[in-house]
Design a protein around this ligand. Sequence first.
Ligand code: GUN
Ligand code: ZN
Length: 427
Amino acid sequence: MADLVLGQVLSFAGDPFAIGPAAARHWTRGGVLIEDGLIRAVGDGDALRTGHPMARVTDYGGALISAGVIDSHVHYPQTAIIASWGKRLIDWLNRYTFPEEMRFADPSYAGEVAGRYLDLALAHGTTAMCSYATIHPASVDALFAAAQARGMRVFAGKTCMDRNAPEGLRDTAQSAYDDSRRLLETWHGRGRLSYVITPRFSPTSSREQLEALGALWGEHPDCLMQTHLSEQTDEVAWVKRLFPEARDYLDTYEAHGLLGQGGLYGHAIHLEPREADRLAEVGAAVIHCPTSNTFIGSGLFDMGLSARMRVGLATDTGGGSSFSMLRTMAAAYEVGQLRGRALHPAELMWLATAGNARALRVEDRVGNLAPGLEADLVVLDLASTPAIEQATRRAEDVWQALFPTIMMGDDRAVRAVWSGGRCLKGA
Ligand code: GUN
Ligand code: ZN
């Protein structure tokens, strides 16, 4: 049976960074028709109701229906250490992250956290994500199995590290290749799941490991590859000491077959001109993680890069301090202000939906409300708290009505979530 969901509807006909807020489509009384897990129609609510009298109707009133939000860089194994106090990147990894990731040697712990993480993400309106696992292959199985049970579109990969990590959290060049390949062959393209080749970052991989993973990517060019790039200045200096032959940080990937169009480079804050040029030239994507960048003191991302390359927006949980992509949009706005560029709410919503889908190269599947796309939806209550409600009373358009929720909203603003045509939160 078809479902018809009614409310305010927001979709995109283009990229607001390129053509401005007019890229958005907004219906005050709109509707989305869903059948067999896919969006069949988007438009005027009353017309859709008249045209599809047999559809089961869910009316969300004045709430705003958007494509489900996507998180393009997250570490699900760091769920339990989110908001850990007082460290910058390298100390934070050693003090909090690595000990926690060690616990994923136990597959039952991995399964428990995978389920907990996906339920938290859904509660915050996130319907798809691209996650790092730990070095343990079973940590990938755990996340994909939990995603399958919920019908979610999930990208993930085994994190590979063969040096500068504690005993028990290191693989080898060969085992990283073998395990990654086996996981890729098992999971990639199965239902809504995609495998992502995942060297953590240059400091924790030998040249041999980077080379092996570059070779695997060469054998499976349709896979994405995710890693970290130029997040903190101390990290950049360490990379230069570890790879004296490299022209810059990006070159440590480039020299080993790990620079390409399907590459997702997390953070990319302290880029040298050659690095930005090369990323733009090959058509790679960089992922902005603003709550992480302020929380662990990394720096201020340059959103000007969006004129030259695909840019995604992500929580980077648990270096990031929130599971919420609303909070993440707010932090992107704040970082933009500190750099002298106020991001428009259309740009923020686009980054969290269609922009992230484009970064993950699935814009023909998710990230927007359009016929033929998978029916992943989030329904936002634009008056979810008294503070937000009073700030929206004088709103004259959808952007003024939405912006207080972007800046002050949390999971209480998420009235309902649909994933693959099924309602997983709210009625
Ligand atoms: N660089 C390498 N690993 C990590 C990680 O887990 N989180 C963040 N924020 N940066 C990293
Ligand atoms: Zn990260």
